[in-house]
Design a binder for this molecule. Structure first.
Ligand SMILES: Cc1ncc(COP(=O)(O)O)c(C=O)c1O
Length: 404
């Protein structure tokens, strides 16, 4: 008899962005003359840099001639891209990572959702709260999370690590030992991060606990402070306990182009079984490669011109982040993040809930942000603004907020 995967029925609706869209649509209909500024969604807005566009055009030409045409890509990704990744993201930072430990993919969302497949159904996951929702939802689909409590908005079989102003947004080691620990640093949604020495303590903790860290470094390009690690492999021992996921979405504007990669070191083993070999098997079976054209564009990210142009883009967004942070501070808000990440996390004023503040900001400043409670119960009382808008809109939004 045909049966569905019942775990999907357990998923609570993903109401965050659809509720925001509905509220904004209703407001626009009632107030057609108001100019709304959107600082809510974590999507980039600058066009692709010239070095990327040139690489895309050249790769399209390659596809037009029999001598240079490419069909299916190699399982792990093209050598030219994996070489550039290893040289620039790892060797340059003294991280011992080889090309055959790098798996090119179509982005960090797929990899962070799929990676759980190589672990057993009984494994217990630990996540930061608030959190990027993919980590929990993909484990719900796999039947690992137990029962959902609507009141607490928590799963019975998930270890939550609150990250709030009280602990400076640094997750504490859980009392119960997890098997899989998801860390996203710099963090979405809080825009905060941890120091290299704090990250090293997590590596040590995972090694002692026999746990694996799934390290989502999608926002690595935004790190500005010297004491923050760009890769978890900068920490001693991480090759034995960590998988790192990277994206080209936020450093190079590939949100619509689609490219990412995952690093699974050969030293990472569970009862003698190589997780790297398992991921290679999974990748080869279920994924047929990121497009050649896109991998060439990825290679251009590491070219001299590419690096310079993309630094300008990151600087542009981080100038917005500084403007938001300073503007909010001037207006009397308590703000976090925005130094090593393109997100600003603010404490809602006057004990407003996250959604109350959403409505207040929309109605009075015509600015759209994201309620912190949408990312988990510990996000209640917080609000996220993103630095991905235009500078002009960002400054205009802050002027309006200051006048409230
Ligand atoms: C923490 C985190 N990981 C992964 C992603 C998705 O990245 P990609 O576009 O490479 O799928 C996002 C996107 O917003 C994110 O915030």
């Amino acid at each position: 008899m045909l049966q569905i995967n019942e775990n999907y029925q357990k998923l609570p609706g993903s109401y965050l962005f659809s509720t925001i869209a509905k509220k904004v649509a209703a407001f626009t209909q009632a107030n057609p003359d108001k100019n709304i500024i959107r600082l809510g969604i974590g999507d980039v807005t600058l066009p692709l840099a010239p070095a990327i566009i040139n690489a895309l055009h050249a790769a399209v030409e390659d596809m037009a001639a029999a001598e240079t045409f490419r069909g299916y890509a190699p399982d792990l990704g093209y050598d030219f891209l994996r070489k550039a990744i290893v040289e620039n993201d790892y060797k340059a930072r003294n991280c011992d990572i080889c090309e055959d430990e790098v798996f090119v993919s179509d982005g960090a969302k797929s990899d962070s959702g799929n990676i759980q497949e190589i672990f057993g159904p009984q494994c217990k996951i630990a996540v930061c709260d608030p959190v990027y929702p993919v980590y929990v939802d993909s484990n719900v689909m796999a039947g690992r999370t137990g029962v959902y409590n609507k009141e607490t908005e928590m799963w019975s079989n998930v270890i939550y690590m609150p990250c709030t102003a009280e602990n400076n947004f640094v997750p504490e080691f859980p009392k119960e030992t997890p098997d899989i620990i998801y860390l996203c640093l710099p963090n979405n949604p809080t825009g905060t991060t941890v120091t290299k020495s704090q990250l090293s303590q997590w590596v040590e903790y995972a090694r002692k606990a026999g746990a694996v860290i799934i390290y989502d470094a999608a926002y690595e390009a935004y790190i500005s402070e010297d004491n923050v690690a760009h890769s978890i492999y900068e920490c001693e021992g991480a090759r034995e306990c960590a998988i790192e996921i990277r994206s080209f979405s936020k450093n190079a504007g590939f949100t619509g182009v689609r490219l990412g990669f995952t690093v699974v070191p050969k030293d990472l083993k569970c009862n003698g079984v190589s997780l790297r070999d398992m991921w290679a098997r999974r990748h080869g079976t279920k994924f047929n490669g990121a497009p050649y054209i896109v991998q060439r564009a990825g290679e251009a990210v590491y070219s001299t011109e590419g690096k310079a142009q993309l630094k300008e883009q990151v600087d542009y967004y981080m100038k917005n982040a500084s403007a938001i942070k300073q503007g909010l501070k001037d207006a009397g808000y308590t703000v976090f993040g925005g130094v090593n990440a393109p997100y600003i996390w603010l404490k809602t004023p006057d004990k407003m809930t996250s959604w109350e503040f959403f409505d207040y900001l929309l109605e009075n400043a015509n600015v759209v942000g994201t309620p912190g409670s949408g990312f988990g119960p510990s996000g209640e009382g917080y609000f996220r603004l993103t630095a991905f808008g235009s500078y002009e809109n960002t400054v205009a939004a802050l002027e309006r907020i200051k006048k409230l």
